[in-house]
Design a protein around this ligand. Structure first.
Ligand code: GLN
Length: 489
């Protein structure tokens, strides 16, 4: 499939009609998605209405936006007016949001096409898309393997050529890890860079929306459309945007790279390590300098994240009680009960039927760590460790411009391999969680696959708001890969 930029340019020049692009995307979805299950809803009528509107706009001689005619699939945690939004849960089955998320409104304003909503782990809780209430998504590289998660559907939509770009959300790795597992580019921007208004909240001090794309420049262009201040999200930053697209292809000569020894420890697959070291060596050939850095609190990141994220989730998910959204389950009538207890019974029956086991586990854990008597020992302690993790990065960035490391410790694992062992699933996030806890931007870019052809992603973490540096380095890695002939699938 053509890249984001190639499609937008050919639609702008009139070489291709947006309706033709929509037809190609839909044909590809029909052909591939039976087996892969990346989409939860395909918005066929909306897609053609948008495409016709773009073509009409051009026919009237009006200037087209930077994403003219470019299909962009949306993780199903993002609200798109009138289109079912489930967040991968039975709890929201049949709910149609009455409004667009800010990012969706911005994509529309840039003349993008919105083909539909993609599968995810329930409420974005997971690393494999297997906790979705609607069944797993498969990895197009090897359908017996997971595409990662939680934004697995958005990654697969791009990897399988169904959409040249998509949006995901990343709370602890949910854009970067599935990008690495499927061989595409995935970018988690700085916390606050992109508005979350209209994103179904998981852990509000961590959640951030970002793009997947077939190439780095495509991700940069999508970021330049969705980023920027939004008064509807109180965590949204007012800082100026970088020139994200110009950053792709800019020289990386003289950039100082830090390699954290803690990220090359036990549990790292040797083939992943070899591929990462090769990508770092290619950056060195391009004129970067490489030195070791220390991020000593890395080993506490998994525990810290799973206290903070579950605490916030237990609070955010309290709103799903059968009163306002989606599912309501009436309990069996019990005679002699007060009205108040009948209401509580309805809450209980709804939440019991609506949430899957992983979400229930997180609500229980989160409620526990926030409860009187345990708050100081768990939640408060985790907040303190989070500060230490952030300070590790501050210290490292005094000496280097970017940190380079694996995105995930292993290549994509088999479906079912970790579903009965939550701890091993949580450990697959070990390299993505620290940047999330520190609020830093991080990108995953494909590097050399394993001998069996499984994708590997290099993670590049930079200082707050320095997405531009990450994009320049990612583009250099991508260029080195195509020089070696690692063509995209
Ligand atoms: N895999 C992590 C979790 O299960 C991160 C998920 C995410 O970033 N949404 O919480």
């Amino acid at each position: 499939m053509d890249t984001v930029v190639a499609i937008a340019e050919s639609v702008r020049k009139g070489e291709k009609r947006a309706v033709e692009v929509a037809e190609t995307a839909l044909a590809r979805i029909e052909e591939r998605d039976k087996d892969l299950h990346a989409f939860l809803a395909v918005a066929r009528d909306e897609l053609f209405a948008q495409a016709r509107a773009v073509d009409d706009k051009r026919a009237r001689g009006e200037a087209l936006g930077p994403l003219a005619g470019v299909p962009i699939a949306l993780k199903d945690a993002l609200c798109m007016r009138g289109v079912p939004t489930t967040s991968g849960s039975k709890m929201l089955e049949g709910w149609r949001p009455p409004y667009d998320a800010t990012v969706v409104a911005r994509l529309r304003a840039a003349d993008a096409l919105l083909p539909g909503k993609t599968n995810l782990d329930e409420f974005a809780m997971g690393s494999s898309t297997e906790s979705s209430a609607y069944g797993p998504t498969r990895n197009p590289v090897d359908p017996t393997r997971t595409p990662g998660g939680s934004s697995g559907g958005s990654a697969v939509a791009v990897a399988a050529g169904m959409s040249p770009a998509s949006l995901g959300s990343d709370t602890g790795g949910s854009i970067r890890q599935p990008a690495a597992f499927t061989g595409v580019v995935g970018l988690k921007p700085t916390y606050g860079r992109v508005s979350r208004f209209g994103l179904v909240a998981f852990a509000s001090s961590l959640d951030q929306i970002g793009p997947f794309a077939t190439d780095v420049r495509g991700a940069a262009r999508v970021l330049s459309v969705i980023a920027g201040h939004d008064p509807k999200d109180m965590t949204s930053l007012t800082a100026d945007l970088g020139d994200y697209e110009a950053a792709c292809g800019a020289s990386v000569r003289g950039l100082r790279l830090g390699v954290p020894e803690e990220y090359f420890a036990e549990g790292l697959d040797p083939e992943v390590e070899a591929s990462i070291r090769e990508a770092i060596a290619a950056l060195e050939t391009d004129g970067c300098t490489v030195r070791p850095v220390k991020l000593p609190h890395t080993r506490h990141a998994v525990a810290t994240y799973y206290v903070i994220a579950t605490a916030e989730a237990s609070s955010n998910l309290a709103r799903f009680d059968g009163v306002r959204y989606g599912l309501r389950v009436e309990p069996k009538p019990a005679s002699g009960k007060s009205q108040g207890s009948a209401l509580r019974a309805m809450y209980g029956a709804t939440r019991d039927a609506g949430f899957g086991p992983e979400v229930k586990r997180r609500i229980l854990l989160g409620t526990f760590v926030l409860s009187a008597g345990y708050y100081d020992a768990y939640y408060l302690k985790a907040q303190k460790v989070r500060t230490l993790i952030r300070r590790d990065f501050d210290a490292a960035f005094a000496d280097v411009d970017a940190i380079v490391c694996p995105t995930a410790p292993t290549p994509p694992f088999k479906l079912g391999e970790k579903t009965s062992d939550p701890l091993s699933m949580y450990l697959s996030d070990v390299y993505t969680l620290p940047a999330s806890l520190a609020g830093l931007p991080a990108i995953s870019v494909p590097c050399a696959p394993t001998r069996a052809g499984l994708p590997v992603g290099l993670q590049i973490i930079t200082r707050s708001l320095e997405e531009t540096t990450a994009l320049s380095l990612a583009a250099a890695v991508e260029a080195a890969g195509s020089r070696r002939g690692e063509g995209r699938r």
